[in-house]
Design a protein around this ligand. Structure first.
Ligand SMILES: Nc1ncnc2c1ncn2[C@@H]1O[C@H](COP(=O)(O)OP(=O)(O)OP(=O)(O)O)[C@@H](O)[C@H]1O
Ligand SMILES: [Mg+2]
Length: 476
């Protein structure tokens, strides 16, 4: 390193006390061949309460890395007798988690870009000032602190997984796991209740895959998204010539699921005439394919899910009472996320880990971003949280996720927090259902009426969106 504005004369270095280290720590390795620069950087690090080690060559640095705890490395890319990028590669190979700041000469941005591609955390161009170095080291230290906190969250997550990959340790979820375990070993129908995105399909899979017939098929059918005529032929199958286009016979899903489970998702959307046919199939354990006169025996376990209030549908006459009783031999209710807020942090850690594993990067949440995620009400439940983390990780370019990187509705939870706490809160509190309605309608308007895209971005199923729109129209 030749000319840096860092001066070797820095006022009395502060000795790092354990207290300082706990709050704001960093084990820094400074690699530079010029003694004055090494010492100057070391004093800056010490003045911030960090621990600093110095090396005058790449070889010396490798030796120190073997014997010392090093979180970050300040590496001059131009070391005599060494290729800076090769040194970076070696350091990362030895200590993949170390955050390397490369120091490049003026006008050699090219090598800085290459270094960033090779895993450097940041670069700084000579000459740099003490303030610049301080800011950079504080940023590294802050990132390290967040990484540690995120790791703590992850550790908390280990052993916190519930049944069949379901994450959550709230007492209601523990109760749910016990019921799933029991349900898995019976062959009775189970009705799974829960708002959109709470994990109904996941619970259905958990029941099937932890039961004795786990190696038989698990067939989900979305009763809400198929047109009525199609549902019938999908469920029961058809014979050749049953209708125009039926050029050959096709087995129905109830027959395909033989020996296993059929999962009737959004069963509340099933048209009434099909409800009767389904009831008959369940009672008589046989089906009649469309266009056939022959009955075919079936042996399947029925699981059904709905986010509707089926009892109310029964009262209103849109759902058959006898079918409701048939399906509701055992029922499970998955609580919405806002009723088990302690699980939010576990789910965040779970989805962050998954996104990081998929991208090979290690993104972390800033304290404020985590606060915003924890404060939000999650009307779209786990699905919304999952989409939020995946999208945010994918679209945030830096390693740290800050509040503005989050979807606006979530970022607002921390931005609005101080305002909410004063004044007459009662006048400002808007019912959840109204907030949800406004969010949905605004999303559709902003996307010029593209409902599919709106459903995707809101993190809800398209059937759910269409049903809600139908409900809003009925209310108007
Ligand atoms: N407890 C959980 N742990 C981990 N992931 C979960 C959990 N609950 C739900 N998920 C995930 O959230 C997403 C939504 O879950 P699922 O499809 O089972 O919900 P749903 O209730 O069927 O939703 P919808 O009503 O929108 O169909 C899935 O990607 C699922 O993997
Ligand atoms: Mg579902």
């Amino acid at each position: 390193m030749t000319s840096a504005a860092v001066s070797p004369q820095i006022a009395t270095p502060q000795i790092a006390t354990p207290q300082v280290m706990a709050a704001n720590f960093l084990n820094l390795l400074i690699v530079d061949d010029e003694r004055a620069i090494r010492e100057a950087c070391r004093e800056v690090a010490l003045s911030l309460g960090y621990i600093a080690h110095v090396a005058d060559s790449a070889e010396h640095a490798y030796r120190l890395l073997q014997t010392h705890t090093i979180d970050a490395v300040l590496l001059d890319l131009r070391l005599p007798g060494a290729n800076g990028l090769e040194a970076l590669r070696q350091i990362k190979a030895q200590r993949p988690e170390a955050m390397v700041i490369v120091v490049t000469g003026y006008g050699t941005v090219q090598s800085a870009v290459q270094a960033m591609k090779n895993g450097a955390y940041e670069y700084v161009t000579k000459p740099f000032s003490i303030d610049e170095l301080k800011l950079l080291l504080e940023r590294v230290s802050n990132h390290l602190k967040l990484k540690t906190e995120n790791r703590v969250l992850r550790e908390k997550l280990k052993g916190r997984q519930g049944y069949g990959g379901l994450v959550g340790r709230a007492p209601e979820m523990e109760k749910l796991y016990r019921i799933i375990a029991k349900a898995a070993n019976s062959t009775h129908p189970v009705l799974i209740l829960g708002e959109s995105g709470t994990g109904k399909e996941m619970v259905a899979r958990a029941i099937h895959y932890s039961g004795p017939f786990r190696d038989k098929p698990f067939i989900p059918v979305d009763c809400g998204s198929l047109v009525p005529t199609l549902i019938e032929s999908e469920l029961f199958g058809y014979v050749r010539g049953a209708f125009t286009g039926a050029n050959q016979a096709k087995d129905g899903l109830l027959a395909i699921a033989e020996g296993g489970t059929i999962f009737l998702d959004e069963v509340g959307e099933l048209p009434v005439d099909l409800q009767s046919k389904l009831l008959r199939a369940i009672q008589e354990k046989e089906i009649r394919p469309v266009g056939s006169t022959r009955r075919v025996p079936i042996n399947v376990r029925i699981l059904a899910a709905t986010n509707r209030d089926l009892e109310q549908s029964v009262t209103e006459g849109t759902f058959r009472r006898d079918l409701y009783f048939r399906l509701n031999v055992l029922s499970l209710r998955i609580p919405p996320l806002r009723e088990r807020r302690d699980d939010i942090s576990l789910l965040i850690a779970h989805f962050m880990e998954r996104a990081n594993r998929a991208s090979g990067q290690e993104k972390v949440l800033s304290d404020e971003a985590l606060k915003a995620l924890l404060a939000y009400d999650w009307p779209g439940n786990v699905r919304e949280l999952e989409n939020c983390i995946e999208r945010t990780c994918a679209f945030t370019s830096g390693p740290v996720i800050y509040v503005p990187d989050l979807p606006p509705a979530i970022a607002r939870t921390v931005m609005l927090a101080p305002e909410r706490s004063n004044g007459n809160a009662q006048n400002r509190i808007v019912p959840m259902a109204e907030l949800e309605k406004q969010t949905i309608l605004r999303a559709i308007a902003e996307l010029n009426g593209d409902k599919l895209q709106a459903a995707r971005l809101l993190g809800i199923g398209k059937t759910t969106l269409y049903r809600k729109l139908k409900d809003y129209a009925a209310q108007a």
